[in-house]
Design a protein around this ligand. Structure first.
Ligand code: AMP
Length: 205
């Protein structure tokens, strides 16, 4: 018997032994291992949700609910902040909210999940800086730097936009930007963005 065949044989033998002698223990152990494996793979992420059309409060609430069921546990969620629109200024003000979450999803899976939620909440993609029912940006995925065709992380504009920095300041002031090696606090101090961001409702889930 080769070494590989030998180890397959022994592991099968051992698992058969446990299963036949103590099936409940085996099932509980295997559940425990699956749970431990899932826990070990959880990644910390930061997202920003935004809306400037329709019932903005209800849209952001639904987005947070869908994120918690499809993406993972919400560890921390900011108040809602209202900001004048950036870019195309001839449109209603934005409501924004930052979320710190844990997810088992890969970056690509996470982008697909957030885009699916945007679509379900009525997002259409047409013009840059157009008014929108919902926008979900991936700000950070752990401390990873990702440059792929559909996904740039950290989000490329986050360090220059007060509507991102202010909600993040509330939930993760010491989070370090992996490219600039500066905390959210430092980035906000250095921000030259003139748009005013006002807290508008304390919301905790
Ligand atoms: P926006 O209109 O600002 O929501 O941009 C949406 C587009 O940005 C989508 O095509 C995404 O694939 C792309 N994108 C690139 N990086 C990110 C990111 N970090 N978070 C969300 N969308 C991103």
């Amino acid at each position: 018997m080769t070494k590989i065949n030998q180890s397959v044989f022994y592991s099968k033998y051992i698992s058969d032994f446990f299963f036949h002698s103590c099936p409940a223990l085996t099932i509980n152990c295997s559940r425990l291992f699956t749970f431990a494996a899932a826990m070990a793979k959880l990644k910390k992420i930061h997202l920003l949700t935004g809306a400037n059309l329709g019932d903005r409060f209800s849209t952001l609430e639904k987005a947070a609910q869908l994120l918690s069921t499809r993406v993972g546990e919400i560890l921390n969620i900011s108040s809602l902040y209202e900001t004048e629109p950036w870019g195309n200024v001839d449109q209603p003000g934005y409501l924004n909210q930052a979320l710190e979450m844990e997810t088992p999803l890969s970056p690509a899976q996470l982008l697909r999940a957030t885009q699916q939620i945007e679509n379900e909440l009525g997002r259409t993609r047409q013009v840059k800086w157009e008014a929108r029912l919902i926008d979900i940006d991936i700000l950070f995925y752990e401390n990873k730097i990702i440059e792929s065709p559909g996904l740039t992380v950290p989000h490329p504009h986050l360090h220059r936009r007060n509507f991102v920095l202010v909600p993040m300041l509330e939930i993760a002031p010491l989070k370090e930007h992996p490219v600039f090696k500066k905390t959210i606090e430092d980035l906000y101090e250095a921000s030259e963005d003139g748009l005013e961001v006002q807290i508008c409702q304390i919301l905790r889930i």
